[in-house]
Design a protein around this ligand. Sequence first.
Ligand SMILES: [Zn+2]
Length: 185
Amino acid sequence: MLVVVVGPMFAGKTTELIRRVERQVIAGRRAIVFKPSLDARYDASKVAAHNGLKFDAYVVPPDETGVEAIYKLGFEYDVVAVDEIQFFPPSLAEVLDALASHRVVIAAGLNLDFRGEPFETTMRAMAYADKVVSLTAVCKTCGRPATRTQRLIDGRPAPRDSPRILIGGGETYEARCRRHHLVPK
Ligand SMILES: [Zn+2]
């Protein structure tokens, strides 16, 4: 069983992933959650607990060694969750598909980059999914459902040619609807 949770930033994807993991933990299933190591918002604690529920949490590099670690470690658990899947190489999708034959697999990530173009890894994972949960945020401009992530540099929309992945730069992000999502040339 493979569930893929997608949407823009600020849509609650990680909250939804953890909610689904906790339901399994309550039922006595052993769960592990993987996160890519470049995501500095999280700590690298090995055991995470929320509401008194415990599950193992691993930070792995978002490359082929990380994908291999997810495959090997994943088989030791009943439930395998991977957050921020867009940072991993597309081969992660085949690993999620393989694990899903015998495990409950929950993956979450951005489906579109700041330009509004699909992330390959998320796209592939969605293709293998038994269920896709598509979440929306709220447009910062108009308050309607937001499906896009707006990147701002010094408060202005980032141009199309800025790098796809920026970590720890001076940029900020907002959720926007299709109409208010701006990508200048
Ligand atoms: Zn809007």
